[in-house]
Design a protein. Structure first.
Length: 395
């Protein structure tokens, strides 16, 4: 059978990221981004074989962008597109794995929208546009939450009255599941271990950040919760704060819920702590020049990350390795070394040169000889979504 082509689509409210994945090639055949959709400045950017191009789509919506994409994709796939994989943020308790998109699954995705009011409706827009444009192709939904549906109840329940869980779905769901799943499989491969018989701690550190405990290929705990705000310090998200902070700010400053949501999701994290930037690269440069806020932001980020990883270790029978991934995890020897320095009780220690070497997509082990394994594993959510789509095509 010739190698198959899968188009992977990740729709935001005004953007579409896409990648054409060929199962036999590690590089994407075509990839790009449509952004500012719905506005006069809507534009489609793409790259293919080292060449970049773009096209203005004034007032173009999701469907207009996908319609422009169609001939590009068909050209790059040599007329042979086999399926489409859609990233969907929230699958609630309904979806424990990827699924084929049909009337029933579409209805179930719509029903989870209250759990992800910003994301799921945007994901659905992309799915609906793609179904109209490619009606005869198999289309698959891959959920960020699905991997974490294996959490035991003691890890996913909040200590709040039971009806909130039973009637309103208030529980921990976790996100970044596609990435944690991909890198833990890769880590097992790189280590000559079976994914189904190994235990990992994983730290996905991008603009959003989360940790995960993975045992025998299943997620057993993760740091994000009902929403992607819980857990680690992130680019602009606070991560964990005292749950009474909402009440405190409302009572003392008269702040509305919307104001507090904006504060915790858009103005906090690395940006709020540093007063400078949400971008780790900029913060590292500023720290080198003695910027006090940037220095503090990096210290808090690494300490809180280490604390989360130590907490996650409660879910493991043994530790086969710690994985760093995401833009920061794959590129920041500084963050890795500061974090690992807090984890001496787990026996972790770094090899300085190996740590410095693993940047810009270079994967490898970075632990000191005789200490537990630490790996840098570049994530590839698009490939994982394509693999899930292929698996359902085969089924
Ligand atoms: P992502 O969301 O996975 O693309 O990751 C974005 C984050 O990775 C941002 O905070 C970037 O500053 C960070 N990042 C990318 N490259 C580097 C680098 N060379 N050093 C430190 N942080 C980096």
């Amino acid at each position: 059978m010739p190698a198959r082509n899968i188009l992977v689509i990740n729709c935001g409210s005004s953007s579409i990221k896409f990648a054409l994945v060929n199962e036999a090639h590690s590089q994407f055949t075509l990839s790009g981004l449509a952004e500012r959709l719905g506005s006069q400045d809507a534009v489609l950017h793409w790259q293919r074989g080292g060449e970049q191009d773009s096209l203005m789509l004034p007032s173009g919506d999701h469907r207009a962008a996908l319609a422009q994409l169609l001939p590009l994709v068909q050209g790059a796939a040599g007329g042979k597109l086999h399926g489409i994989g859609h990233r969907v943020v929230h699958g609630g308790e309904q979806f424990t794995a990827a699924c084929r998109i049909d009337a029933q699954s579409l209805q179930a995705i719509r029903a989870t929208a209250p759990l992800a009011p910003l994301h799921n409706p945007a994901n659905l827009q992309g799915i609906e546009a793609a179904l109209k444009l490619f009606p005869s192709l198999t289309q698959v939904a891959v959920f960020d939450t699905a991997f974490h549906q294996s959490l035991p109840e003691h890890a996913y329940r909040y200590a709040v009255p039971e009806p909130l869980y039973r009637e309103h779905g208030v529980r921990r769901y976790g996100f970044h599941g596609t990435s944690h799943r991909y890198v833990s499989h890769r880590a097992a491969e790189m280590s000559g271990l079976a994914s189904g018989d190994s235990s990992w701690l994983s730290a996905h550190l991008g603009n959003g950040c989360s940790t995960c405990a993975i045992v025998d290929g299943q997620s057993r705990d993760t740091s994000m919760g009902l929403t992607p705000l819980e857990g680690l310090v992130m680019g602009t998200r606070s991560g964990d704060v005292d749950p009474n902070l909402h009440g405190h700010l409302a009572r003392t400053l008269g702040w509305s819920l919307e104001r507090i949501d904006t504060l915790l999701n858009k103005e906090s994290g690395l940006l709020g702590l540093s007063g400078l930037s949400n971008d780790m690269r900029s913060l590292e440069q500023a720290r080198d020049q003695g910027h006090v806020g940037a220095t503090l932001a990096i210290e808090v980020f690494c300490y809180r990350l280490a604390k989360s990883l130590a907490g996650m270790s409660c879910a493991l029978p043994q530790l086969d390795g710690l994985i760093f991934t995401g833009g920061i995890g794959e590129n920041s020897p500084l963050v890795r070394s500061k974090t690992v320095a807090h984890l001496k009780l787990l026996g972790l220690a770094l090899d300085k040169e190996a740590n410095a070497r693993c940047i810009r997509g270079v994967a490898g082990s970075i632990h000191a000889h005789g200490h537990p394994r630490i790996l840098v594993v570049p994530t590839n959510e698009e490939r994982q979504i394509a693999l899930d789509t292929l698996a359902l095509l085969n089924a």
